[in-house]
Design a protein around this ligand. Structure first.
Ligand code: ZN
Length: 154
């Protein structure tokens, strides 16, 4: 990876941090989930509205570092209109990318590819994964008919 690519990734992350896509009020929702990353102090609250098994809308309120906020913003952009199964596939491929493994080539990742730049900073990987872990746990609880608890990445 060259330096230009690094600064491109950084620009994408900073742009999402400044203008987070999922930050809004959502009064009508099916899934709610909260996550914390105590290592960095990131906290996230997420609400999801589902319709016919697809993500119709999402709100994300994230208080934390640039990477956690940007990752949540990218997540909001990436999952709208996707089915729950597709969302799970995207989440696993994000995990793979951050671990330096091969991503699922069939998926269009768009801005999410910028998260690849984070793998060089192992302490920040939890920041990048927080929104995804929180979302997946929320969806699992919803599928299981359970009320969700606050998820901690520790
Ligand atoms: Zn963080």
């Amino acid at each position: 990876m060259n330096e230009n690519l690094d600064s491109l990734y950084r620009d994408i992350i900073m742009e999402h941090y400044k203008y987070p896509r999922g930050k809004k009020k959502l009064d009508d929702f099916d899934v709610t989930s909260e996550g914390k990353n105590p290592v960095c102090g990131d906290e996230i609250e997420m609400k999801v509205k589902l319709k016919d098994g697809k993500i119709e809308d999402i709100s994300i309120d994230c208080l934390g570092c640039a990477i956690s906020v940007a990752s949540g913003s990218m997540l909001a952009d990436a999952i709208r209109g996707k089915s729950v199964d597709e969302v799970k596939r995207i989440a696993s491929t994000i995990k793979a990318i951050l671990k330096g493994e091969k991503p699922d080539e069939d998926l269009e990742l768009g801005d999410l590819e910028a998260l690849e730049g984070v793998k060089k900073f192992p302490v920040r990987i939890k920041c990048a994964l927080l929104s995804w872990t929180t979302l997946i746990e929320g969806l699992k609880n919803w599928e299981g008919g359970k009320k969700s608890e606050v998820i901690s990445t520790e």
